[in-house]
Ligand binder design. Sequence first.
Ligand SMILES: *Cc1c(COP(=O)(O)O)cnc(C)c1O
Length: 447
Amino acid sequence: MDLITTDASPALPAVEAPWAGEVRAHPRMLADIAHAVGGPFHVLYPEQFGDNVLALRAALREAGVGGGVYFGKKANKSGCWLPECVRAGAGVDVASEPELVHALAGGVRGADLVVTGAAKKDSLLWLAIRHQCLIAVDALDELDRILDAAGRTGVARIQLRVLPPQDPASRFGLGQAELDEALRRCALASDRVEMEGFSFHLNGYQVLPRARLAAELVDRCVHARALGLAASSIDIGGGFAVSYVDEEHWRNYADGYSADWFHAGKRFSHFYPYHQAPAGAAMLAAILRSEVDGGGTVAEKFAATGTRMLMEPGRALLDRTGFSVFGVQGLKERDGYAIATVGGLSMSVSEQWKNSEFLPDPVLWPDTGAHEPIGVCVGGASCMEYDMLTWRKVPMPRRPQPGDLLVYPNTSGYQMDKNETEFHQLPLPTRVVVDRADGALRWRLDR
Ligand SMILES: *Cc1c(COP(=O)(O)O)cnc(C)c1O
């Protein structure tokens, strides 16, 4: 056990995939990239993304349920994921025209896109119908606009987004009476619309609410089929959990939590649950084997009715697929800890936006083997007092110095571009894609 004499917080080392350690262990790669791009950068490893897709698809297959995975694109805008979606057999969930066009340009076919979001623009609906995308209908007036456009453009493929009964205050989805009315309008317009099923997207990362609502919607599908509609699939949305740190480290942190661990005694309203179980494909497997209706499992109910299960994971497909790198520009001492200032802005680590903080420990590079532990907070390059990438006094093996790099692990899911900004006319972080040629790591810029 290290004796830490400064007032650092407990360590929260990230659980990472082997490629991340290999890139950091490479003698020159990170320094070369930093030199080439001259500012902060994100390192992306698409192969891991493809493997994450395949793990979800395997969970469906093992449960004997047909269906598919759509990548929730808003969680990371990089182009490098799109060919991996094609390779691994996933579609993409888009919510804007630029996202739709980007997915097409990345090789994903229109028929493999689902278009979600509230009150979609007519031009987005038109493009979606043209490309035979599946459209998640969020309101009755939107359904009318789709039917109108379909009359001029071609048959629209739709699913009806359900207002979650357990979250009745949500601004998304159709309530019970609206669903009945939507089904009636779809049945009357069967020459213009293919009603493929129902969808939802729940807050939180719980298994049971998803299992219950999915099972309930199977009954709705069966009812809709009796009206002559296809109603063949249920889209259970995203919100698959990601576990960033192991259970012991997380418990140490959560049980001993103290505002003293943060610069200026900073207090936060909440944190993402950085350790969770089950996560990713294991969470999907848990949904599928949940018992519903007093007996059978969700998987059995889907299989028995020939209903397909669709899903729209964002964060979970990006788990362990990338990290973010900021150059250290300076260090100042405080009473018992230090503040490193980096070339970058806290909006790149977007939890700050929600009065929260991205907690997995940033890693100081290079690893010199030094052992002079110190707690270090990380400030951004702007002139705002609150521009802190990390308020927490992270235990580091030595004092960072100008020219070092700070590597924020596992940032692909929402921590790269969700809130990035050119504030101060600073350039956005560059995106670097790492893959292998003949087993050796190499890098290029993302397109
Ligand atoms: C954001 C979003 C997702 C992805 O959510 P994750 O938590 O990243 O899995 C999926 N579907 C819809 C409709 C969304 O808005």
